[in-house]
Write a protein that binds this ligand. Sequence first.
Ligand code: ATP
Ligand code: MG
Length: 395
Amino acid sequence: MAVPNAQHAIVRFGELTLKGLNRRVFVQQLRTNILRRLTAAPKAKVIVKYDHALVFLNGEPEHVVIDALTDTFGISSFSMVYPCVPELESVCEMAVQLLSGEEPCTFKVDTRRKDKTLAFTSVDWDKAVGGAVLRQTSHKVDIHDPQITVRIEVDARTAYLSVKVYPGLGGMPVGSIGKALVLLSGGIDSPVAAYLAMKRGLEIEAVHFASPPYTSPQAVRKVYDLAIQLSRYQPHLIVHTIPVTDLQLELYAKANPSYAVILLRRHMIRLATRLAKQRSAQALITGESLGQVASQSMESMSVIQAVTELPVLRPVVAFDKLDIIAIAKKIDTYRISIEPYADCCTLFSVVNPITRPRLNDVLAEEVKIDYEPMLEACLAGMETQTPVTQTADYL
Ligand code: ATP
Ligand code: MG
């Protein structure tokens, strides 16, 4: 007998059970997000209860549901639940089948009778099902600290079995906290920052600054591919691309080159702030990490941040590069980020950047160009896309 398709998944909430009055909002957002991830399984239904949700497959493929739940923030864990006739022989057979697919491990059986008039005790079934699994698989019993618990819930009509507990991503449902605009550069750090922001419940849109023809079309394509990778956690991630070439050339021609990166960053934050307002985003997110490069000293960060009244969130600010890389590998953005397409800051890479800028000096450099019309021109050249098809395979 082949293992049947699961009937439903039981989805356990993470931190969201702690959120008091906002619980309802969080739980409804989670339901919406699960459904958004299940467009490939249109017959699936989601029902939310107080501290868990049930996803009914209605014949949709199990792996589609498992993938969707694996990538949805706000879930602490989930299990697939398999129904069978409530007779000992069938339940034993099903338990053996479900456990046969697992690596050798320790297990116990935990039976609950929902109907107390059933003519057996739960301990009877624990022993009988456990005995069958012991005889027919290489798993060992450990009732105190088992790696797998075979849960059986039985009433007069059906027995429900579940075996494996799939870990969820934790965090909060995307969109339950608000919306933010992430400055997505194509490097390693900003996709990780975007992921961590989504994990805390922020819905995101991305903005990328490009300098064509100094930056190649592939550099933008790479940012799209990163967005597609991130859209596992938030389907249909929107990317705005703003060309900043003219602004950059003007800065390069007129300002002290040591200040060019700081000035460009201030303009990026100005542009992002205006875009955030258009898009109803309440914060900016960057991949800045303290001390990583010259523009990420305390002084640089405060001079850059001074041009916006929006909060600038920096989810990786205190992370070591190796920790950021570990997350980038886990979420599979690393292989895309290390593609060698130059981004717009490379135009300035020849000069010695100032590491401890003072605001007055920066302002003195900044007024050397008439930047306001240039910022408007940058925004006018913006392109907005929702990338869906990854191009390169980044092997
Ligand atoms: P990353 O790996 O994210 O590119 P980085 O270590 O290269 O970061 P910087 O180049 O100093 O750091 O950039 C700091 C942050 O500024 C980036 O994480 C990103 O949020 C933002 N940023 C830099 N360049 C761009 C760009 N061309 N488009 C959008 N955002 C950018
Ligand atoms: Mg960068």
